[in-house]
Design a protein around this ligand. Structure first.
Ligand code: NDP
Length: 392
């Protein structure tokens, strides 16, 4: 029996994770659930899963959550605030932590789970982008293991040999990350000036949270994934290639020295990656429909349009530059996406905001968590100024 802490329980990944957990009451139990502000959803999950601990990050909502659980007669302990997220990530009763908070807000709890030696199921790619070396050090110190949930990295993980001895020793030539191309694949920049949040969030294949949906539309999601793959698989940027595959059936591939290319295929449903990582090294049912290759009939591949979707090369550039550039990239992207979703920043301005922020913030390598947080906050302030001046 594995007891699982789900950080980001009320989100899209949280829902998929809890669906898999509920299918296997003999194997998995939800021991802790955490969310940001959504008391309604968190209270409903507590009623269903009866965790030991429920954390609402926004402390102003704690009393509301506490009252609802009391009225419903649910004995789950309630806590709130940033420290409570760390508590959920390190709870003694949980051996597994699903890091599925969106954005930099997930960084500290992800690192805490790694330091505590948990089995870390990582969806929160922003944490790796910001602090890949710190996360590696925390995993080494804690003695736990990381299993990627991002479907591409989960696919690469499945296509690599079990012993992690480095790409060369394993005979790996390249990692091929697939990208759906998002809702605007085939569009040129001129056609993207009046894109609305609703259109950007309407992903053709995946149902996801709003931030990652916009990232998919700009191709920044793939850029973040390139950086994530670099840190997770110790792969230099020139050995990570992005291939657009509109059907989202091949989730990624590994090319070997002998010319073999191993791919992981499946329907686009995050429950496959979650079930794989929850049960690893065993396999369990995920509730995902079997892949019907005859119905799919064809699999297409094409090169990404790097001119229209400039975020991809901005991410490669930040990775090559190193130091704190990936932190700046991520912070500027989070600010630009939030401004696009809530304040009317133009969709096409997102890469411009990121590029300008990268030019203005050139921090030294950030080696500790306070240094990472410092660069992140500086980059956010600069990005906010750029956004304010970009708006009409
Ligand atoms: P959602 O927006 O659907 O959910 C985000 C979750 O994080 C919610 O539970 C939310 O709580 C919580 N949250 C947000 N801010 C905070 C905060 N400050 N403190 C604590 N909790 C917070 O996102 P997704 O599930 O789509 O994505 C989650 C992560 O997984 C992202 O990093 C994304 O890149 C990654 N990912 C997602 C995939 C997908 O298919 N969705 C695929 C691969 C990776 P509340 O509901 O209360 O706001």
């Amino acid at each position: 029996m594995k007891t699982v802490a789900v950080l980001g329980a009320t989100g899209s990944i949280g829902a998929s994770a809890l669906d898999v957990i509920a299918r296997h009451p003999d194997r998995f139990r939800a021991g802790a659930l955490a969310a940001h502000r959504n008391v309604d959803a968190l209270a409903a999950l507590c009623a269903r899963f009866k965790p030991d601990l429920a954390v609402i990050a926004d402390a102003s909502r704690e009393a509301d959550l506490r009252a609802r659980l009391r009225v419903a007669g649910i004995a789950t302990r309630v806590a709130s605030g940033a420290q409570a997220l760390i508590e959920a990530a390190t709870l003694a009763s949980c051996d597994t932590v699903i890091a599925a908070i969106v954005g930099a807000a997930g960084l500290e709890s992800t690192l805490a789970a790694a330091s505590a030696g948990k089995r870390l199921l990582l969806a929160n790619k922003e944490a790796v982008v910001m602090a890949g070396p710190l996360l590696r050090a925390a995993l080494d110190a804690g003695g736990g293991e990381l299993l990627p949930i991002d479907s591409e990295h989960n696919a690469v993980f499945q296509c690599l040999p079990p012993a992690r001895s480095g790409l060369d020793a394993a005979g790996v030539r390249r990692i091929l990350l697939t990208a759906s191309g998002g809702p605007f694949r085939g569009h040129k920049r001129e056609a993207l000036h009046d894109v609305t949040p609703a259109r950007a969030c309407a992903h053709p294949n995946w149902s996801m949270g709003r931030k990652i949906s916009v990232d998919s539309a700009t191709l920044m999601n793939k850029g973040l994934e390139v950086i994530e793959a670099h840190f997770l698989f110790d792969a230099p940027p020139e050995r990570i290639e992005v291939v657009v595959h509109p059907q989202s059936i091949v989730h990624s591939m590994v090319e070997y020295a002998d010319g073999s290319v191993l791919a992981q295929l499946g329907n686009p449903d995050m429950r496959t990656a979650l079930a794989h990582a929850l049960a690893w090294p065993e396999r369990v049912a995920a509730g995902v429909a079997p892949l019907d290759l005859l119905k799919i009939a064809r699999l297409d591949f094409e090169a990404p349009d790097r001119e229209t979707f400039a975020c991809l090369d901005l991410a490669y550039g930040a990775l090559e530059q190193g130091g704190s550039a990936p932190i700046v990239l991520n912070a500027a992207n989070e600010e630009a996406v939030a401004a696009f979703l809530d304040q009317g920043l133009a969709f096409v301005a997102i890469p411009q905001v990121i590029e300008s922020t990268l030019e203005k913030v050139q921090g030294a390598p950030a080696r500790t968590l306070p240094e990472v947080v410092d660069v992140d906050l500086t980059a956010r302030r600069v990005a906010q100024r750029i956004i304010a001046s970009a708006k009409v």
